[in-house]
Design a binder for this molecule. Structure first.
Ligand SMILES: Nc1ncnc2c1ncn2[C@@H]1O[C@H](COP(=O)(O)OP(=O)(O)OP(=O)(O)O)[C@@H](O)[C@H]1O
Ligand SMILES: [Mg+2]
Length: 167
């Protein structure tokens, strides 16, 4: 078991490289466009500059896809979801915003637990694993996951510059 974990680890870090984030966000947007359209949720992507981070592209894409999946799922019909790439002080920020109910401050910790699902959303499908996975992927990269309080959903993956060049 230990060996398996070791192999998995070395395989993982060897998959680390420069990830062009704008391109990755557009890919996620394309993947979810049909689902958003079906639900009449306007999906948009805002990429002001070409930015990249060091990481595992497949895993980062999976993390962002999970955030977009949630944003579309929990946003009522005729709402909107925006993917944004931003530059902050010494950091690059991937942000997913939606016009749904958002996540209350009291639930910030709970939503990261496996199988946790808010009482308010019992009628939407899901098992409650998405954010737990996102959190693990973010940690593996040395990034931070920030969940802002509602109204409106706003979740960010914050990637500090010092992670650049890490092997
Ligand atoms: N954008 C959002 N707006 C409102 N609530 C959210 C949002 N994202 C997550 N949540 C809340 O956090 C809970 C956990 O999210 P998570 O992605 O882990 O599970 P899920 O989407 O319910 O199921 P799964 O991702 O396994 O299909 C959700 O059930 C919901 O209560
Ligand atoms: Mg989910």
């Amino acid at each position: 078991m230990l060996r398996l974990a070791e192999i998995e680890n070395s395989r993982r870090s060897s998959a680390f490289g420069d990830v062009a984030l704008g391109e990755m966000l557009r890919e996620v947007c394309d993947m979810y466009e049909p689902i958003a359209e079906d639900k009449q949720v306007a999906l948009s992507v805002n990429i002001p500059a070409a930015l990249s981070v060091r990481g595992d592209r497949d895993l980062l894409l999976e993390a962002v896809a999970n955030l977009v999946d949630n944003a579309i799922k929990f946003t009522p019909r005729n709402g909107s979801v925006e993917l944004e790439l931003k530059r902050g002080e010494g950091q690059t920020i991937l942000r997913v915003r939606d016009t749904g109910p958002g996540i209350s401050a009291e639930e910030h910790e709970a939503v990261l637990r496996r199988f946790y699902r808010s009482d308010k959303i019992r009628n939407t499908p899901g098992v409650g694993l998405g954010l737990n996975l996102v959190s693990a992927i973010v940690k593996l990269h040395g990034f931070r996951l920030i969940i802002h309080a509602g109204p409106g959903g706003r979740v960010e993956i914050v990637c500090p510059d010092e992670q650049r060049g890490r092997t």
